[in-house]
Design a protein around this ligand. Structure first.
Ligand code: SIN
Length: 547
């Protein structure tokens, strides 16, 4: 059994920022399922939205966030995140992050879809990678932080779960009643051993779940682990139908959905149909290429369906080549490797799953329904993003919520540490044997991701959602059986989480009988504020979706 003060699961911007802040209060253990920098943060190109120019104002950033969120943002969270943005940016700079500046020393602020002002600070188009490197360097230097790579959480340990493992009081009506989280079971992938971590505070910072879809801009680690773990522990999960599809990922068999940042459209890039004609004026006459992402992604989807072709094109070749290479060095080089010169020609692009607007329900300090269990970053649903996230608000949320969670934990440390440490049973593999046929995992992995793309993608319908539910059900049962019969591996745990998240997305999407933000259902094409201006809440103990 490993005892630590703070157990952080995940090593992106939210997890590592929180680790740094908590390291003054006690010992922090960060577990991360692959390498410490294999995170969505490291891939972020655009930057961080914050009010940093006198041409901008908090109320404008708030307005843009609320507009993108399409009626479901929690206004207090929007105010809070927007107004703390500038301070969080300065803290990152104090750690060593250098944002791109103009010759006069002011920030070179980028523009992205649905922002009424230039307000995205960036480090070229490597923003996330620069931030990740600096945070990792800082974390490694702190004596009070241990970072364990190739460690994947199996499940968090709640008092209720411990009681049920010990065969004790199963709780009210036979249901396990989780009130407090006391740590987690974590698989050390290299050793193949499940270790027990005991901590008064556990934080889920595992990022998003883009791998639930066949095409995604996300890294391979984005399998929704934190959301699935919190759901199984009994915490509420919200708004899983609001999956954000990024309109422009490079279309190339080897590119693995390399993102072409929205910042290109912010600098004038135009979308072209398969015959190389502009089309966004037909779908969003005013904002065109800079309309909200849900609208642009649906427009592309419609052009692709009408034409029967596989991709549309993005063209920035009318801009000065020197500017393009200076502003987008990463994208320029990557496209060149795949045979496209963005300074000379349009490049083929397709939409791909990009961001999960829903997640584990938290309060404005990252506290979930379970005492001692926090969720931060993309894993959480704080209410900031509503039905559709405003571009570049996600790194902002990660920073703001890490800072708020740290303050809250500090203020309540005595109470959080006061709970007696229970006798936590070691992981019991029972009669589980090694799964000698990897195909049992890889087949279901492929089926789920294809099913979600085809049936629960950018445009949905009742029929497709019902089919998705029907097809997922036996897969979930099979995975559950395997969980008990076979020793756990990282691939299997990821599949188990992926399947759970897919089920949550389907359930939430089926419940919402309207179209709003990132959720569009052909059978309910209109927005229905009267009945549906509310979050979709899912909970293990209440199988129906409610508010
Ligand atoms: C992008 O650079 O287009 C992605 C930014 C974001 O998702 O916020």
């Amino acid at each position: 059994m490993v005892e630590t003060d703070f157990l952080i699961i995940g090593s992106g911007i939210a997890g590592l920022t929180l680790a740094l802040r908590l390291s003054d209060l006690g010992h922090v253990t960060v577990v991360t399922k692959k390498g410490r920098s294999e995170t969505a943060t490291a891939l972020a190109q655009g930057g961080i939205a914050a009010v940093l120019s006198h041409h901008d104002a908090f109320f404008l950033h708030e307005y843009d966030t609320l507009k993108a969120g399409d009626g479901l943002c929690h206004e207090s969270m929007v105010n809070l995140c927007v107004r703390s943005g500038p301070d969080r940016i300065r803290e990152l700079e104090a750690l060593g992050v250098e944002f791109t500046r103009r010759p006069d020393g002011t920030y070179d602020l980028g523009k992205e879809g649905s922002h009424s002002r230039r307000r995205v600070v960036h480090a070229g188009d490597f923003t996330g990678s620069v931030i990740q490197q600096i945070l990792v360097r800082q974390v490694v230097e702190r004596k009070n932080i241990t970072i364990l790579e190739n460690h994947i959480a199996v499940d968090v340990l709640t008092q209720g779960k411990i009681r049920s493992i010990q065969g004790g009081d199963p709780g009210i009506n036979g249901k396990v009643e989780p009130q407090r989280c006391v740590g987690a079971y974590v698989l050390d992938v290299s050793a193949g051993v499940v270790e027990t971590f005991v901590a008064p505070v556990t934080i889920l910072a595992t990022g998003g779940a883009g791998k639930v879809y066949l095409y995604t801009s996300n890294p391979d680690v984005a399998t929704g682990d934190g959301i699935a773990i919190a759901y199984r522990a009994g915490a509420r999960i919200a708004n899983m139908e609001f999956v954000q599809f990024h309109p422009t990922c490079l279309y190339h068999p080897m590119a693995k959905n390399f993102l072409i940042s929205e910042a290109l459209r912010g600098e004038g890039a135009i979308l072209l149909d398969p015959d190389h004609r502009p089309f966004m004026h037909e779908y969003a006459p005013e904002e065109k290429e800079l309309a909200t992402r849900d609208l642009v992604a649906r427009a592309i989807d419609s052009v692709l369906k009408k034409s029967g072709k596989e991709c549309v094109y993005l063209d920035i070749s009318h801009r000065d080549p020197a500017f393009i290479k200076r502003r987008f060095p990463n994208i320029y080089e990557a496209c060149k490797r795949y045979g496209f010169d963005i300074t000379k020609e349009p490049i083929p692009v397709v939409p791909a799953a990009h961001y999960m607007c829903g997640g584990v329900v938290t309060d404005s300090y990252g506290q979930t329904d379970i005492i001692g269990l926090f969720a931060v970053g993309e894993t959480a649903c704080t209410g900031l993003h509503g039905a559709n996230r405003l571009a570049s608000n996600s790194l902002l949320e990660g920073l703001v919520m890490a800072a708020r969670a740290a303050c809250h934990i500090q203020d309540n440390l005595e109470e959080l540490k006061s709970a007696p440490v229970p006798r936590v049973p070691d992981w019991n593999p029972g009669g589980a044997v090694d799964l000698d046929e990897a195909v049992l995992v890889s087949h279901n992995w492929d089926v789920i991701r294809r099913l979600m793309w085809d049936y629960v993608g950018i445009v949905r319908s009742n029929k497709r959602l019902a089919l998705a539910k029907k097809r997922l059900s036996p897969i979930l049962e099979e995975i559950n059986r395997h969980y008990w019969d076979y020793t756990v591996t990282r691939d299997f745990l990821e599949l188990r989480n992926l399947a759970q998240v897919a089920e949550l997305v389907v359930r939430a999407a089926s419940a919402r009988q309207e179209s709003r933000g990132g959720h569009f259902n052909m059978d309910y094409p209109e927005k229905d504020d009267w009945n549906w201006r509310r979050d979709t809440i899912l909970s293990r103990d209440d199988p129906s979706a409610s508010t």
